[in-house]
Write a protein that binds this ligand. Structure first.
Ligand code: KG4
Ligand code: ZN
Length: 336
């Protein structure tokens, strides 16, 4: 079975071809340069760029896979959650292909895509496991009993982790997206130089909150500026301390969830899962807890269409398809 996967939920346009569960080709066009000067994604500009990129990307994925459009058996596409204008470009394209070829259409939730990205590279991930989607829009922790069976254990109450990386980077004029820059610069800073307090919740042991640490960075920055002490090294120390705090909280929640629900495996996914400090710390924490950590390659952590094609393939195997009037949804959580 050959599946064409399409993804356009935010600021990455992507197309992939999956044959019998094996990835044959995967293309991603990022729009970082379009949004960089605004310090965040501008929805209208994102939609316009998706329109320009989507057909060349699909053609690229088909050419790389050495197939014609008519060779595909189904189209899998992200329909939620995301920017509606962006989602509609991928969804309309997928519908047009499915309709013109008279082939099935399968809608995939972007979060479910992230949660299954690790399966593109590992075939020994046990169930149940703990899955974390940590991206620019989400920081959500799930108990995964089997594919399609997700229970949301906790989520961020304010900013997503990636959003906090992006906002801290904007504040310190580091550029957009902030995550990769902070990841790199943090190597040169002292991660113990600045302390951050932890938010306390009465309920929701697996919830997250990152707006406090972001604001604390702002106050440290403003005070140091006022005192004329904001040197280049101080900036690097602040970046490293911020990253280390965020990473520590994520690791603690993941391991605590694995222990509580007696899971032998944890999976991380989403753009922030590309963070090398997070990947390293999760490996260490997982080993110490006797749990296996599955971290997809960076190209499968950030937005891509391979993970969408993979979930589409699983759905099709279970006889699930969607009608051509499937609509885009800006907000659609899974496992709630
Ligand atoms: O999953 P993704 O590509 O798009 C969304 O669905 O949001 O995630 C994008 C987010 C951005 O906030 C970006 O700054 C962050 O992932 N990110 C990183 C790294 N690479 C991307 N955050 C920390 N470290 C990284 N290396
Ligand atoms: Zn994503």
């Amino acid at each position: 079975m050959i599946i064409l996967g399409i993804e356009s939920s935010c600021d990455e346009t992507a197309a992939a071809v999956l044959k019998d569960g094996k990835l044959i080709s995967s293309f991603v066009a990022t729009q970082d340069e379009v949004h960089a000067k605004y310090g965040g994604v501008v929805p209208e500009l994102a939609s316009r760029r998706h329109i320009e990129s989507i057909i060349p990307l699909i053609n690229g994925a088909l050419t790389e896979a050495q197939i014609k459009l008519s060779d595909i058996d189904a189209v899998a596409v992200t329909y939620a959650p995301g920017l509606v204008g962006s989602l509609l470009i991928g969804l309309s394209t997928a519908k047009a292909i499915a309709y013109s070829l008279n082939k099935p259409l399968v809608g995939v939730n972007h979060l479910e895509g992230h949660l299954n990205a690790a399966f593109l590279e590992y075939d020994d991930i046990p169930y149940p496991h703990i899955g974390l989607v940590v991206s620019g829009g989400h920081t959500s922790l799930y108990l995964v009993k089997k594919i399609g069976d997700y229970k949301l254990l906790g989520a961020t109450r304010d900013d997503a982790a990636g959003e906090a990386f992006d906002k801290v980077a904007k504040l310190l004029s580091l550029g957009y997206p902030g995550g990769p820059v902070i990841d790199k610069l943090a190597d040169k800073g002292n991660a113990s130089a600045f302390k951050f307090t932890r938010p306390k919740f009465d309920k929701g042991e697996f919830d997250f909150s990152f707006s406090g640490v972001k604001t604390a960075v702002l106050y440290y920055y403003q005070n140091l500026q006022k005192e004329g002490k904001f040197t280049e090294q101080t900036k690097l120390n602040l970046i490293a301390s911020f990253q280390s705090h965020v990473v520590r909280i994520i690791c603690e929640r993941l391991i605590a969830a694995a222990q509580k629900y007696k899971c032998k495996a944890i999976i991380i996914s989403g753009g922030v899962a590309a963070n090398k400090h997070l990947r390293g710390e999760i490996d260490i924490a997982a080993k110490a807890a006797g749990v296996r950590a599955y971290t997809p390659s960076i190209k499968f952590c950030t937005d891509n269409a391979a993970m969408i094609a993979y979930v589409g393939w699983q759905k099709l195997k279970n006889g699930k398809t969607d009608p051509l009037n499937l609509n885009a949804q800006a907000n659609e959580e899974i496992g709630v």
